[in-house]
Ligand binder design. Structure first.
Ligand SMILES: NC(=O)c1ccc[n+]([C@@H]2O[C@H](COP(=O)([O-])OP(=O)(O)OC[C@H]3O[C@@H](n4cnc5c(N)ncnc54)[C@H](O)[C@@H]3O)[C@@H](O)[C@H]2O)c1
Length: 359
């Protein structure tokens, strides 16, 4: 890495409208200092995690939090299927069984599934209790844990029910990635590519050049910043700043609805970006060389294509960006340039799907 990308040993922290974000080697020291100050005001701490993170990360995390005190662990099954209304209902009741009250603290430790569900649980249980997040996946660190969005899937619709809610803090300790399974490194890399493109050519070119994901640590704060800057200026996605983070996501969510929960979100985002960059080129929004650069890097990391056909188009109907029945997408311009939220014709979607299937 060139010298303008310092190593990520030092602590970074940002204030956001949804609470502070701490990242770096000393993230748990920062959390422990916060616990020292605030733990007494909580009646109890309820840790939400999944079975894989429980085994791989919880002993290390708890070993670093001297001031956590007593806590109870609620373990869910890992995977997207857990982000459901049904499980959310069971968790409310489990909290009651543990004697939770409005002075309880929920601590979500896991990937995006756990932090989305934990955020939904904390923001709605008894009209809201405090929440702290420790993301453990790459996708969780650069994206899902930041920005206050929580949610569960309903039927085949992603994040159909959700809240915006602040947390007491997000603590990102990159050492936790050591145990992340390879498939989830790659899935998280899809959101990283999106963030790198939005940050502009200085970060984008570093991302394109990266050949070993295990070496991405110096890029992490820059990738997090892509999201943090946008939520600082447009917290509730009322303008285009935060909507830019939806790049690739209209098609990604449609692909996930079409192919089911076994498809990893990040893998869907990679396909979604390929398709939406193709659409942006057809609509004259993005230059051919920028589209080719994005498609090439996606083809490098995702050599196998998803099996998508025109039925995916029906799945676009429930997208939150749509307006008056028309399908709208956040489409890219040049690296670092604002996105365009625009209506997209069925013709251009079909053309992109045909091109994706035939390449
Ligand atoms: N709220 C938001 O703004 C936002 C943004 C992007 C994505 N998301 C959501 O995030 C979810 C995807 O998140 P994800 O990719 O982290 O999936 P995930 O939570 O399913 O985690 C991926 C897998 O890796 C395991 N894992 C996580 N960290 C580990 C570690 N350190 N060691 C060993 N195993 C580990 C988990 O058990 C799981 O099996 C989707 O539901 C998506 O909708 C939310």
């Amino acid at each position: 890495m060139p010298s303008n990308f310092p190593t990520f040993g030092l602590m970074r922290n940002w204030e956001t409208p949804f609470g502070p974000v701490y990242a770096g080697q000393e993230a748990f020291q920062a959390l422990d200092a916060w616990l020292l100050e605030h733990r007494e005001s909580y009646s109890q701490v309820l840790i939400l995690t999944d079975e894989q993170v429980h085994e791989a990360c919880i002993p290390f995390i708890l070993g670093n939090l001297a001031h956590l005190g007593e806590s109870s662990i609620l373990e869910i099954e890992s995977g997207e299927s857990s982000k459901s209304l049904d499980l959310l209902g069971q968790l409310y009741l489990a909290l009651l069984d543990y004697g939770a009250d409005r002075q309880s603290l929920v601590l979500s430790i896991g990937g995006g599934v756990v932090t989305d569900l934990g955020g939904m649980l904390a923001s709605t249980f008894m009209r809201g209790v405090d929440h702290v997040l420790i993301p453990t996946s790459l996708l969780g660190m650069v994206d899902a844990s930041i920005g206050g969005k929580n949610g569960v899937n309903v039927g085949s619709f992603k994040n159909l029910a959700g809240t915006f809610a602040p947390s007491c803090g997000v603590y990102v300790q990159p050492d936790l990635l050591t145990s992340l399974p390879e498939a989830h490194w790659r899935a998280g890399w899809a959101e990283c590519l999106k963030h790198a493109y939005l940050m502009g050519s200085h970060v984008w070119e570093e991302a394109i050049a990266l050949r070993e994901l295990a070496h991405l640590r110096p890029l992490l704060p820059h990738l997090m910043e892509a999201k943090i800057q946008r939520i600082q200026t447009d917290p509730f996605e009322q303008g285009l700043e935060r909507k830019a983070l939806n790049l690739g996501h209209s098609m990604a969510h449609a692909a996930e609805a079409h192919l089911g929960p076994d498809l990893l979100h990040g893998d869907a985002v990679a396909a979604g970006m390929w398709l939406e960059f193709d659409i942006a080129e057809s609509m004259g929004l993005c230059a051919a060389e920028d589209v080719a650069a994005m498609k090439n890097i996606i083809d490098h990391w995702w050599p196998e294509r998803l099996r998508l056909d025109d039925q995916v188009i029906d799945r676009l109907r429930g997208d939150k960006k749509n307006h008056a029945g028309a399908v709208r997408m956040a489409l890219p311009g040049a690296p670092g340039a604002p996105v365009t939220l625009t209506e997209v014709s069925e013709f251009n979607i079909k053309k992109a799907l045909a091109s994706y299937a035939s390449n």
